[in-house]
Design a protein around this ligand. Structure first.
Ligand code: DGL
Length: 269
């Protein structure tokens, strides 16, 4: 047994899509979440800058008695998972490999679309991972840079979201994909809109599901699950700016009241 919490971070509230899955699949685990809302977006920054920011996020989380780190951000996972794993002495997992595995399992016609930030798409991380598992799968990728600000604004299910999605996803429709990987943790908040644009024949893959399943496997195999008898799981949220907005939009999405999101100075770590 290991009663310490799981540390999770993202550049903003997108990582809550991973928290939601963790709460579902591992309801007994405590979570410490950090959203780097002062420095979002990560997706348009250089890999060096993203690595520097991420190392600060991990150092901050490590102050909170955690047993592992989940990088709930595709941009970070695609550019610096190895660097961060080499830098810190605790289990660190990203979201790309679980997302790729799910896509390979899902596709029937061997045509998979991947959408993400510019950083994730430029890294080619999903193509590499998917083609490592099955070299015959065709991967069609496109960056949807405006999705992140739309989500951070809380504008899910609006006409702005719909028109933006239509413009970005036209290419995916033409490419006859049957599977679309939501390769940015913010995008599952736009699931309804993306489904409306893509139609019922495209299956959306949310890498958060596979990521939570992988966390469960790691904790079970290493006897690191939290003891059920020590009380309810605890959730703590930290941000680097604007805690109130994070709290409101996050609570709406999680269907769970985020009572407090504490603002911290991430530059100190
Ligand atoms: N949620 C992050 C991801 O999964 C991206 C948001 C950002 O650009 O910072 O890539």
């Amino acid at each position: 047994m290991d009663n310490r919490a799981i540390g999770v971070f993202d550049s903003g509230l997108g990582g809550l899509t991973v928290v939601k899955e963790l709460m579902k699949q591992l309801p007994n685990e405590s979570i410490v979440y950090f959203g780097d809302t002062a420095r979002i977006p990560y997706g348009t920054r250089s890999p060096q800058m993203v690595a520097k920011y991420s190392a600060q996020c991990i150092r901050f989380l490590m102050r909170h008695n955690i047993k592992m780190i989940i990088i709930a951000c595709n941009t970070v996972s695609s550019c610096c998972l190895d660097t961060l794993q080499n830098l810190f002495d605790l289990p660190i997992i990203g979201v790309i490999s679980p997302g790729a595995k799910a896509a390979v399992k899902t596709t029937k016609n061997g045509r998979v679309g991947v959408i993400g930030t510019r950083g994730t798409i430029n890294s080619g991380a999903y193509e590499k991972e998917i083609n490592k598992l099955n070299k015959d799968i065709n991967v069609i990728s496109t960056a949807c840079s405006l999705f992140v600000p739309i989500v951070e604004e809380g504008w899910f299910n609006t006409d702005v979201a719909y028109l933006t999605a239509k413009r970005y996803l036209d290419i995916m429709k033409k490419e006859d994909i049957d599977t679309l990987v939501l390769g940015c943790t913010h995008y599952p908040l736009l699931t309804d809109t993306i489904t409306k644009v893509m139609g019922p024949n495209t299956i959306l893959v949310n890498p958060a599901e596979g990521t939570a399943a992988q966390v469960k496997e790691i904790l079970s195999n290493n006897d690191m699950l939290r003891d059920k008898f020590v009380g309810h799981a605890e959730y703590k949220y930290y941000v680097s700016d604007f805690g109130q907005k994070f709290k409101q939009i996050g609570s709406r999405f999680l269907n769970y009241d985020i009572e407090y999101a504490e603002k911290i100075d991430i530059e100190m770590y």
